[in-house]
Design a protein around this ligand. Structure first.
Ligand code: FES
Length: 119
């Protein structure tokens, strides 16, 4: 889509992966596909928490949130898990490339992994 056809400015998704022991053990860290998607998407941010995010039963988990404007506060976050299948991490990476929750609803192949909508 030409940039002149866009009607709103996206801010990029903020993705928080869990740095807790259980999530790290099950995921092996942030997969390169997710890092690459964030690196190549304007405004997207990838953060790894210093410790457990809490819902270990769904490990490995990630939070995905839009921002209120570039550099603004996070809006309603979506908790996804478990994200141990490469296909699911690939779907998350695709969602990030599409602008994440700021522009696109949760993709159908990730809907079964939505645990909470926080906000
Ligand atoms: S270790 Fe990730 S949610 Fe607890």
């Amino acid at each position: 889509m030409p940039s002149s056809e866009r009607t709103r400015t996206t801010t990029g998704a903020v993705v928080v992966t869990c740095g807790g022991r259980r999530c790290q053990a099950l995921s092996g860290g942030s997969p390169e596909t997710l890092r690459a998607a964030v690196r190549n998407t304007a405004g997207a941010v990838l953060i790894r928490s210093q410790g457990c995010l809490g819902p270990c039963v769904w490990a490995p988990v990630a939070l995905v949130a839009p921002r209120q404007g570039a550099g603004g506060p996070l809006l309603a976050a979506t908790l996804l898990g478990p994200l141990h299948r490469p296909a699911d991490v690939g779907s998350l990476a695709d969602w990030v490339r599409q602008g994440g929750p700021d522009t696109t609803p949760v993709p159908p192949d990730l809907r079964a992994l939505v645990r909470h909508e926080l906000g």
